[in-house]
Ligand binder design. Sequence first.
Ligand code: ADP
Ligand code: MG
Length: 245
Amino acid sequence: MIEPLLDVRQVTLQYKTTERVVTATHRVSFSVLKSDRFVLLGPSGCGKSSLLKAVGGYLDPIEGEIRLGGRPIHGPGPDRMMVFQEFDQLLPWKTVSDNVAFALQASGKLRGKAAAERARHYIDKVGLSRFADSYPHTLSGGMKQRVAIARGMAMEPEILLMDEPFAALDALTRRTMQDELLRLWDDTKFTVLFVTHSINEAIRIGTRILLLSPHPGQVRAEMNSTTEPVEQTGLETRIHDLLFA
Ligand code: ADP
Ligand code: MG
């Protein structure tokens, strides 16, 4: 058996506020292999972001365990980089290239010229070379998301965590970004854990798809979209039935 890169075992996540306890997920298990494009799919509020936060090390499970490369996760680390939905995840006072180089420098991974070179390499990969010296406010939403992706990839993490990264984009840009992500993946075969509530996006992006039930999220099914029938509408209908049955 191949050792999973990321192993999420029976993970229950809760938020405790002064008034109440919210259970976000209940005993969710899945494992991600190296170079998987693993998608968490489920309706809003089913705990997708919470799972990503837990993998990121920002939220401790109250039950279960998360391991990366066989080691339990304790807090955030440069081996897991996050790309969010929001366009304002970039530092507005830094240029595109400084935004990408910043995480490399702050984490102590690379310094000075080496960080700048690594940043340039990934900015080029997302097609933004001409905008390396631009500031975020001068870029479109899609371009800002490309910068966030370049920043995440530049760290060359063990796993890239993407929380509905294209959800705030218009339909056409979203489609383009999906294609670009797949093209980047063809290039380097990075491992990605991708969250979406769109069935269509899950099918396009995922090699494996984990279906989560509505709040609190539990595993409904797991599908391997590369071995399922290629007929997309059939798969879409089945996922729809599983999610909303
Ligand atoms: P999703 O990303 O699938 O939409 P979330 O993980 O954001 O779902 O949320 C799962 C559940 O946890 C929801 O009921 C949500 O209201 C609750 N929740 C999320 N964040 C917090 C928080 N910081 N405090 C309290 N409850 C939260
Ligand atoms: Mg969310």
